[in-house]
Design a protein around this ligand. Sequence first.
Ligand code: NAP
Ligand code: F7E
Length: 328
Amino acid sequence: MTKTALITGVTGQDGAYLSKFLLDKGYEVHGLLRRSASADVIDSRLKWLGVNDKVQFHDGNLTDLSGLIRVLQDVKPDEIYNLAAQSFVKSSWQQPLLTGGVTGMGAANMLEATRIAAPEARFYQASSSEMYGLIQEPVQSETTPFYPRSPYAAAKLYAHWMTVNYRESFGLHASSGILFNHESPLRGIEFVTRKITDGVARIKLGLAEDISLGNLDATRDWGHARDYVQAMWLMLQQDIADDYVIATGRTTSVRDFCKLAFAHVGLNMEDYVTVNERFLRPAEVDVLLGDASKAKQKLGWAAETTLEMLVSEMVEADLKRLSRHEHL
Ligand code: NAP
Ligand code: F7E
């Protein structure tokens, strides 16, 4: 029997890759779409993957509980993936209440809507390695204590514990994926990896002279979004809902990511990268490094894409996009 999935955040990076993954598996895929004045470009990521006309859209917003209930009543999903969020950490200091409302309370709204209108559905919450923040252990696993360092991380932590609470209180099949940073050619341009690969491609094509960045010493455990959406799905295929860390187990500095990206086009980063205080954060997450052994053991999941493969795919995609005057 065909399974039905509802994805919030369907127009984002992960929403696009997850839609493609589920459609390839034969799912009927529905997406929550928040109204935008730029309706012509809102599905550009889904278009890039060639699935925009295969997803069925429903108007809705994570802040609007009654609308969410109505969508769930209409769609009757077997699986719900709550990926929508104000997801840019830097912006969360400028918009702490909006971030709390969407990223935190929005998840509570989705859990409430599920409890009321689709209690048998399996629920996935997009938790984040940002919750570890000021890290309490050198390698972070499901048992590492959290220490959020931004309004975004605090909002995600609330959403995370609400997911655990709805599982324990109401018996919802609700799982939380604590995903470490994952990137792709569909990453938003404001995030550091895409900012770098787009900048490298512009410099290579003579469209820009340099890239201005913030903290080059921060390190992240970077994987590929395409690999990570498989883990989301695997979590919902388990008999018992649970929480899982999803990571590669390798951490790399922003500086070394830059080096790899410039080397891909035969240039030296030292000649092109400047540091601007504007891109520093009020509180930084210096290091993240995940231990995904529980996911490996219980889900049979492991990251497949190396950092070198990821960097080269992203730089090549930006070179292609800029050569064709395409935008994303
Ligand atoms: P993304 O590209 O920023 O996508 C966010 C999505 O949320 C977009 O579809 C956006 O819609 C939607 N959205 C924002 N506010 C909304 C609202 N009020 N109502 C309904 N939809 C709303 O994020 P991503 O990288 O795909 O990440 C997916 C999820 O995983 C997010 O929750 C993120 O916080 C979390 N996460 C990401 C990473 C990572 O490294 N990528 C790691 C851990 C966790 P518009 O297109 O209309 O803006
Ligand atoms: O920053 C440093 C910055 O904005 C990474 C989101 O998907 O992953 C993401 O959050 C690092 C930070 O991602 C610039 O200070 C230096 O240390 O790419 P980012 P993030 O904050 O790690 C987590 C897991 C999520 O859940 C989030 O939703 O790079 N950095 N210079 C810079 N960062 C940016 N954006 N721009 C710079 O110029």
